[in-house]
Design a protein around this ligand. Structure first.
Ligand code: PGA
Length: 252
């Protein structure tokens, strides 16, 4: 068993009004407040970050942003910076989610700038990586994921690397109800772990590698039991307190 604490994060994507976000955060707080030994975060849309942070104040549940811009401020209409997220109460931020890569032109270079900006502001970046179905079918999974990990983390010092999290999310498993089998997940997680060691040596042992893609209460126990799976990034199932809490408990 690894020494790494399990980390379960709920990515709410473009869901929840302010009232719904507060309500969901309250319900999650009530269900998981007493679960020990798991790092927990909820990641609402930007408009709800501050309100959700307020509801969760004094609890162990962290709040995150779904994306950020790499500059601290400036003429970048529509963007939100790392210091702004910190100011709103966030401690975590997703970077390079496959939906950002697929629909909004995110590249490994932009993800790398965002990882650096997050670290500079004291946020914990969760760098998301994963192959498409075509890439998997062509036998390119480890190449693609390796390139995304190396690109997203390029140029970081060992001390910076130690503060990063990775989420492996096969694109074909996101929101589709298809999950990677434990063998498929373990293979990629072990390969990512090996790249991290190569990049930063011993300090990278602390980096959690989460699995994401249709994680649900029924498949979470088998995935979270894998030696190289250190937690879960949960989309759909994080929008209900009962299913998100069941996944948190499976990690405990
Ligand atoms: P899903 O989303 O759990 O709905 O598949 C996961 C994610 O995109 O982070």
């Amino acid at each position: 068993m690894s020494q790494r604490k399990k980390f379960v994060a709920g990515n709410w994507k473009m869901h929840t009004t302010l009232a719904e976000g507060r309500e969901l955060a309250r319900a999650i707080r009530a269900e998981v407040e007493n679960v020990e030994g798991v790092r927990i975060a909820v990641i609402p849309p930007f408009t709800s970050v501050a309100a959700v942070a307020e509801v969760l104040r004094g609890s162990r549940i962290e709040v995150g942003g779904q994306d950020l811009h790499w500059e601290e401020k400036g003429a970048f209409t529509g963007e939100v910076s790392a210091p702004m997220l910190r100011d709103a109460g966030a401690t975590v931020v997703l970077v390079g989610h496959s939906e950002r890569r697929q629909y909004f032109g995110e590249t490994d270079e932009s993800a790398n700038r965002k990882v650096r900006a997050a670290l500079a502001a004291g946020l914990s970046p969760v760098l998301c990586v994963g192959e498409t179905l075509d890439e998997r079918d062509a036998g390119r999974t480890l190449d693609v994921v390796g390139r995304q990990v190396r690109g997203g983390l390029a140029g970081l010092s060992s001390a910076e690397l130690a503060r990063v999290c990775i989420a492996y999310e096969p694109v074909w498993a996101i929101g589709t109800g298809r999950t990677a089998t434990p063998e498929q997940a373990q293979e990629v997680h072990a390969a990512v772990r090996a790249i991290l060691r190569e990049l930063g040596g011993d300090v990278t042992e602390a980096i959690p590698i989460l699995y994401g893609g249709s994680v649900k209460p029924d498949n979470a126990p088998a995935l979270l039991a894998l030696s190289d799976v250190d937690g879960a990034l949960v989309g759909g199932a994080s929008l209900e307190a009962s299913s998100f809490s069941a996944i948190v408990r499976a990690a405990a």
